[in-house]
Design a protein around this ligand. Structure first.
Ligand code: GLU
Length: 479
């Protein structure tokens, strides 16, 4: 049987990182097995579903590189891929079940349901205990009432037995017999419920594996009943462990950005985000942490999921971002940086070679692309550090001599900035002629030229800095 895996988001919000993670596992499994990755839009909640969310979720999936083989805009012969366009199919299945005595129309009104719930509560029995009032009602009578226009839901006739299945993550799972009652499959509004249409679609779309979040585990019991009732074979299930924040509570907005689009807006590298998500509940067989998900190939299998909750830690994500950023070719680093550097910055007056050197100099000093903007003042702003260490370096008796000498050299300089070799020559002079060595030489020169007491490679940094800025800093050191 060929592998067909689906990601089935509800377009009721932006793509959540947990959703991106299950989409990723589905995608990787399809790629590992030569199967198909399918996108199905579960938009039967008409009030909360919005086309703009569908579009943004698709854009975010593509941004992280999870392109699907079949979906609303890519027909693979199993469409339509939006549940709102499949309502007739669900209705037909529901009525087939009614005709077979496996489901029934239910005329309980909301008030009656509320009363029955209150009664069940008073008797300390499950809420669903009294939901089956119409389970043995005459179908002919029911049809007459429906024809007369009476509002009705359709309930599934729970056969009342124990259900179990083997989950690829959790192993053997057994559900207690009375966990659910006769549950609604089509609401009185005519719209089907998730647990029903999900099964019909997974069956008709020939889905072989369902990889989804652990919070859907309890839904599986209803779904197993529907599979059996429609005579369909049950796919393999993998319920991936919960994503939790550092406080071990289910991941939510208060833990920080939880939607993929927020990371996109903050200029995270998509390859870093997806690499990090991949390891939240799955481990690489060679214990690798930094990798390109598209290089996993057959290495990705479903036996390496962890049962315990996966902790989402933004600090780790930032580390992954840093590693991926460093690994990029310099031209790509430059183009990432140019997305965040203000357009009126003097940066944009510099040559390509200058920009490449700038990127190479600072890429090791940051984790996130956006942090590069903090480095611009080191080059284009003459203001100096407030640090005690900087002030101390200026107070050394050798520092004024360094500043005086460099000021003269800079004034005599014919280029826009000194070349690194020039800086080296100056340092040699200071060492040989003025006999300044060690910390007073290195820290002193750095303080004078950069206005800071620490920073990246001095020669390169100075070679990127305009002469006027260097001169202003010399003056500050001398004042
Ligand atoms: N529409 C469901 C959700 O977004 C899908 C659950 C499933 O994968 O079965 O959570």
């Amino acid at each position: 049987m060929s592998v067909r895996v689906r990601f089935a988001p509800s377009p009721t919000g932006y793509l959540h990182i947990g959703g991106a993670r299950t989409a990723l596992y589905s995608y990787l499994y399809a790629r590992a097995t030569g199967g198909k990755f399918i996108l199905r839009i579960e938009d039967t909640d008409q009030e909360r579903s919005k086309r703009e969310y569908e579009e943004s979720q698709i854009a975010d999936l593509k941004w992280v590189g999870l392109d699907y083989d079949e979906g609303p805009d890519k027909d693979g012969g199993f469409g339509p891929y939006r549940q709102s366009e499949r309502l007739d199919i669900y209705k037909k299945y529901a009525w087939d079940l009614i005709e077979q005595g496996k489901a029934y129309p239910c005329f309980l009104t909301q008030e009656e349901l509320d009363e029955l719930t209150a009664k069940a509560e008073a008797e300390k029995i499950p809420h669903h205990a009294y939901h089956g009032k119409y389970r043995d009602y005459s179908l002919d009578e029911a049809k007459k009432r429906i024809e007369a226009g009476e509002e009705h839901a359709i309930r599934f006739k729970n056969p009342g037995k124990k259900w179990s299945f083997t989950d690829l993550v959790r192993g053997e799972v057994t559900f207690p017999e009375d966990m659910v009652g006769d549950f609604v499959i089509i609401r009185s509004s005519g719209l089907p419920v998730y647990n029903f249409c999900c099964v019909i679609d997974d069956h008709l779309m020939k889905i072989s594996h369902v990889i989804r979040a652990e919070e859907h585990l309890n839904n599986t019991v209803r779904q197993l009943m529907v599979y059996e009732a429609i005579g369909a074979s049950v796919p393999e299930f993998a319920h991936c462990s919960l994503l939790v924040g550092e406080d071990r509570q289910k991941l939510s907005k208060r833990h920080g950005a939880t939607s993929v689009s927020q990371y996109k807006e903050e200029f995270y590298l998509p390859q870093a985000l997806i690499n990090y998500l991949c390891l939240l509940g799955w481990s690489h067989p060679e214990e690798k942490d930094i990798f390109n998900i598209n290089e996993l190939g057959e290495t990705f299998d479903l036996n390496r999921f962890s049962k315990s909750p996966a902790m989402y830690d933004i600090k780790k994500l930032n580390f992954f971002n840093e590693q991926h950023l460093r690994a990029l070719p310099v031209e790509e680093q430059v183009s990432w940086f140019e997305k965040v550097i203000p357009t009126d910055s003097s940066y944009f007056k510099q040559t390509q070679e200058w920009r490449n050197t700038f990127a190479t100099l600072f890429v090791d000093k940051i984790q996130l692309v956006a942090e590069i903007t903090e480095k611009l003042p080191l080059i284009f702003d003459s203001s100096v550090s407030e640090d005690e260490d900087y002030k101390e370096a200026l107070s050394w008796e050798t520092t004024p001599a360094i500043a005086k000498y460099l000021e003269g050299e800079l004034n005599a300089l014919s280029t826009q900035s000194p070349a690194p070799e020039k800086v080296e020559e100056w340092m040699d002079y200071l060492k040989k002629e003025l006999k300044i060595k060690g910390k007073p030489l290195f820290m002193g020169t750095r303080a004078v030229l950069t206005g800071q007491n620490h920073g990246p490679d001095l020669k390169v940094l100075v070679s990127l800095t305009p002469k006027e800025i260097l001169l202003e800093r010399c003056k500050k050191a001398l004042s």
